[in-house]
Design a binder for this molecule. Structure first.
Ligand SMILES: Cc1cc2nc3c(=O)[nH]c(=O)nc-3n(C[C@H](O)[C@H](O)[C@H](O)COP(=O)(O)OP(=O)(O)OC[C@H]3O[C@@H](n4cnc5c(N)ncnc54)[C@H](O)[C@@H]3O)c2cc1C
Length: 417
């Protein structure tokens, strides 16, 4: 098997390198703001300061970022080419240059709007979201609706040109800093539960919204409860038709799972583990010389690569308009389990030093690996738990009998996406 790129792709790689040398200098790299422990797992992709925005605009102009998004909405609108995409990601990563922004807005809402939004919604939100000028949060989960998301009870009653929203969302990541929320609300309580749901864009500055932070085990408070009390939302903020929110939300969930299951997260932590293994000693010699550690490292390297190529395969199938079948269902479970394994290896390499939390002066890498480890547990749950993913793979992918509880309720599995 010849795994080399064809000459035209090598020429493209040189073009990208030249662009990076010109537009992302050593000075830009050195100006990086202090690393956020959660950012570490995403690498430079989430850097979002003025320099990064200037660079991103140049990269969009050249056709390197947001290639799937039309130019009129702020993307670079390039023909789909997974090899070019791979080269861009590779070179940007090596140069530590800002890539596409990652998060609920750019990664989940933008593709949903492209698929289901009105022209006005696309014009109004996509460009600013891609550049991080509008921050989003996701208002799906409720105290009684997590895995069984379709049981949600937040209501939106029509009043002239507005919906009046009342309810309570929970586990809403970044709601305290978000400008807008994309939310699932019940607009037709008398209909069967999946048919009475609509997808609304809610301005977080609207009167009647209260955000209460929830502190998690990392010590940070990224989660929130959001209380909605007679919040008025224009009907023009409905995405898709009234009562079709479940269908629209499946689009968002699919992208959420691809985001959460992406190899990028594990790759970044594994880069760090490699660095640690070279820098630290284990049983009196450099950790990298330890045969057990080397074996684990190589196994995880292989899995990370497999995960990355799996992502390219899905992109290729998507571009051809083909259904990926079971391959599309395994991404989240595989990627998040791998993320946990990689973070665990980091903790093992650090041994008791790994228990020093961010903020403690002697914590290696500012305690970032401990945070990455704790986050790896969280993302096994976010976007549909590992158990739910196993149900989905078993039932939809392997054709096994359906979950009896879900069958009794609705005939549909909970949080299938
Ligand atoms: C890091 C993180 C970020 C999040 N961010 C957001 C966000 O921004 N917006 C948002 O809306 N939500 C968010 N969530 C919430 C997340 O979507 C829910 O936590 C998740 O869907 C599980 O719901 P639950 O917590 O209510 O657990 P439950 O649904 O109560 O599940 C409890 C346990 O029962 C198991 N279980 C439930 N049903 C079944 C079944 N049918 N078969 C087998 N096992 C089952 C689950 O696997 C789990 O182990 C986030 C969660 C995390 C951890």
């Amino acid at each position: 098997m010849d795994l080399r790129f064809r000459p035209e792709y090598e020429a493209f790689r040189q073009e990208v390198r030249a662009f990076l040398t010109q537009h992302w200098t050593d000075e830009d790299r050195a100006s990086a703001p202090p690393v956020n422990p959660r950012g570490m797992s995403l690498g430079t992709a989430i850097r979002n300061d003025e320099r990064a925005t200037r660079f991103r605009l140049a990269a969009i102009e050249r056709g390197y970022l947001y290639r799937h998004v039309p130019r009129r909405y702020g993307g670079s609108e390039q023909p789909f080419d997974p090899l070019k995409l791979a080269i861009i990601q590779d070179e940007f990563r090596k140069a530590e240059a800002p890539g596409e922004l990652i998060g609920q807005g750019p990664s989940m809402l933008v593709p949903t709007l492209l698929e289901h939004g009105t022209e006005e919604q696309k014009q109004r939100f996509i460009r600013d979201t891609l550049l991080g000028k509008i921050q989003w949060c996701q208002g799906y989960s409720e105290p009684g609706a997590g895995s069984d998301l379709a049981s949600l009870r937040t209501r939106a009653d029509l009043d002239g040109d507005f919906f009046v929203v009342n309810g309570h969302k929970i586990w809403t990541s970044n709601a305290d800093t978000a400008d807008w929320m994309f939310a699932l609300v019940r607009t037709d309580p008398d209909k069967p539960k999946h048919e009475g749901i609509s997808y609304l864009l809610i301005d977080m500055k609207s009167p009647g919204i209260t955000v209460r932070p929830l502190r998690q085990m990392t010590g940070e408070a990224d989660f929130n409860e959001v209380f909605l009390d007679n919040v008025r939302v224009p009907v023009t903020n409905l995405v898709g038709k009234r009562g079709q929110g479940w269908t629209v939300s499946r689009s968002t969930l699919k992208h959420e799972r691809n985001l959460i299951g992406s190899a990028l997260l594990s790759e970044r932590v594994l880069d760090g583990v490699r660095f640690l293994a070279q820098a630290l000693e284990l049983r009196g010699r450099p950790a990298i010389q330890d045969p057990v550690l080397r074996a684990r490292l190589v196994e995880l390297e292989t899995k990370v690569l497999a995960s990355r190529y799996h992502g390219y395969r899905l992109l290729t199938l998507q571009a051809r308009g083909e259904d990926p079948g079971i391959a599309g269902l395994v991404t989240k479970l595989y990627g998040t389990t791998l993320g946990y394994d990689v973070a665990r290896l980091a903790m093992d390499v650090l041994s008791d030093r790994g228990l020093l939390a961010p903020g403690e002066t002697t914590a290696p890498a500012m305690g970032m690996f401990l945070t990455a480890y704790m986050w790896s547990l969280g993302i096994l749950i976010a976007g549909g738990t590992a158990n739910i993913q196993r149900n989905v793979i078993a039932e939809r992918g392997l054709g096994l009998p359906r979950d009896p509880r879900a069958q009794r309720d609705t005939g549909q599995n909970p949080k299938e996406g």
